[in-house]
Design a protein around this ligand. Structure first.
Ligand code: ATP
Length: 451
């Protein structure tokens, strides 16, 4: 199994990510986040918001509508240029993106391919109730435009001054020709973005562009992604999007393959200029100090929440050989069943800030009310501060294994000594070391470790 299959299998087994509409045979390019996945994804989004909005004084947040006037997409160029070259095999009729093929024949059956046709990625939908009068519109293909159409609203309702940014997190939809690579290319996905408005000065704006490149790379590293698995990839001039002056991707190294996770783009004044042209509204910024009026340049950082979730999972996924707990006989001649001396532990070494559960609480035995009551009280108290799991099934070894795969940084066990001494065993996910901690000190102990 390669890392993609291993992560997909763990994600399904532990409730991170399920195939969309699975009981109906699935729907290509859609995914559902299970109990653990919903937490992980929420933590990623919260960390994004914290670093991009809460901790900055030059960025505000926005939450725009998914469905917008179709004129928005005319102005942004999506209706004419947001397309991929589609080819179809004349024999098996499978469809492919021409720019992703290495040879000019069908990768499935070797058949001859049609000439490439431009295929628009926008997902269409219709609003209204009267047949024939319905308005054809689109589910947004990127969250970006919701910010730019509100440029003037943000200016008039807040105290921001250029340079400033607007951050947003939300769903986007694309009729991808070849969804796949687990959640990597989905038809419904979430983006986390910043649109940063600066003066229309190329040199100055390129400096801001460089600053945001650094900032965004540092964000992934601070949340535990291994540096060696990250790199910048510059877009060649002929790869640049129709509006872009410069573009770099942050790529993640997924077992031999570098894959795009986030794009940092210099959009020039494309969006505001086009919306001014198409809406007739004056989109210019007036600088009170210099008395200048101008259309700002835009630096964008555009990350995929699903891709970040997938790559945080991949990066955290670890297989470790540990001594087999079942195998007690040191000498092979006394080991008639030839039990392996080692077993493989699968552990998600997620940064505690991202881990779905920060701690799990276990009573050593489920049928001893004294133990259960103390453990319940600890669980209920800790739950007020962060996500905590409860497990009283099977033996402790099994519970540890489950929490390792969930990425839970700490397991707290209430045993018979706890009843006497008022302390618990805290086991560390990464080192597997155990420590006794007084119950009254537990909350502070965990808070210190997970911050
Ligand atoms: P690709 O070249 O992989 O199709 P893109 O360059 O079209 O991606 P952008 O339009 O720059 O992507 O979107 C910004 C971010 O949104 C991407 O870096 C990615 O993280 C995310 N994203 C884009 N398309 C998808 C998709 N189909 N599924 C999941 N995430 C996506």
């Amino acid at each position: 199994m390669d890392i993609w299959e291993k992560v997909a299998s763990l994600a399904k087994r532990r409730g991170f990510i399920f195939p969309g509409s699975e009981i109906y045979g699935g729907l290509a390019g859609t995914w559902d986040y299970g109990p653990l996945g919903a937490e992980l994804k929420r933590n990623i989004k919260n960390e994004f918001w914290k670093s991009m909005v809460q901790e900055r004084s030059d960025v505000v947040g926005l939450d725009a509508s998914i469905i917008m006037s179709p004129k928005v997409w005319e102005a942004s160029g999506h209706l004419t240029s947001f397309s991929d070259p589609l080819v179809e095999c004349k024999k098996c009729h499978h469809r492919f993106r021409a720019d992703q093929l290495t040879e000019k024949k069908c990768p499935d059956c070797g058949g001859e391919l049609t000439e490439p046709k431009q295929f628009n990625l926008m997902v269409e939908t219709y609003l209204g109730v009267i047949e024939g009068e319905k308005l054809k519109t689109y589910l947004r293909g990127e969250i970006t435009q919701g910010v730019h159409v509100n440029f003037k609203n943000v200016l008039s309702s807040t105290r921001v001054k250029i340079p400033f940014g607007v951050a947003q997190i939300g769903k986007a939809f694309r009729n991808e020709i070849t969804p796949g690579g687990f959640t990597f290319r989905s038809r419904e996905f979430e983006q986390m973005e910043l649109q940063y408005y600066v003066r229309p000065d190329l040199k100055e704006s390129m400096k801001t562009f460089e600053d945001w490149k650094k900032e965004r790379m540092a964000w992934y590293v601070a949340l535990g992604m291994k540096k060696e698995n990250l790199r910048f990839k510059e877009h060649a001039k002929d790869e640049l999007a129709h509006y872009a002056k410069a573009a770099f991707d942050i790529e993640y190294h997924a077992e031999g393959e570098w894959k795009e996770m986030e794009g940092i783009h210099h959009r020039g004044d494309w969006d505001v200029r086009r919306h001014q042209e198409f809406s007739g509204e004056d989109m210019a910024y007036f600088d009170e100090e210099t008395k200048e009026k101008f259309l700002p340049y835009i630096i964008e950082t555009s990350g995929g929440v699903d891709r970040a979730t997938l790559f945080f999972l991949m990066d955290a996924y670890t297989e470790e050989k540990i001594p087999n707990s079942k195998f007690q006989i040191p000498n092979k001649s006394q080991n008639p069943n030839n039990e392996a001396r080692e077993e493989t532990r699968i552990v998600l070494k997620l940064h505690p800030k991202l881990a779905p559960y920060k701690a799990a609480v276990f009573p050593l035995l489920a049928n001893k009310p004294d133990l259960v009551n103390v453990a319940r009280k600890i669980y209920d108290d800790l739950k007020k501060d962060f996500m905590v799991a409860w497990d009283d099934r099977g033996n402790i070894g099994k519970r540890y294994r489950a929490q390792d795969e969930a990425g839970t940084p700490f397991c707290v066990t209430v045993d018979f000594d706890s009843l006497e001494h008022g302390d618990v065993t805290v086991r560390d996910r990464d080192t597997m070391k155990q420590e006794r901690v007084k119950v009254e000190a537990l909350e502070a102990y965990l808070k210190e470790k997970i911050k």
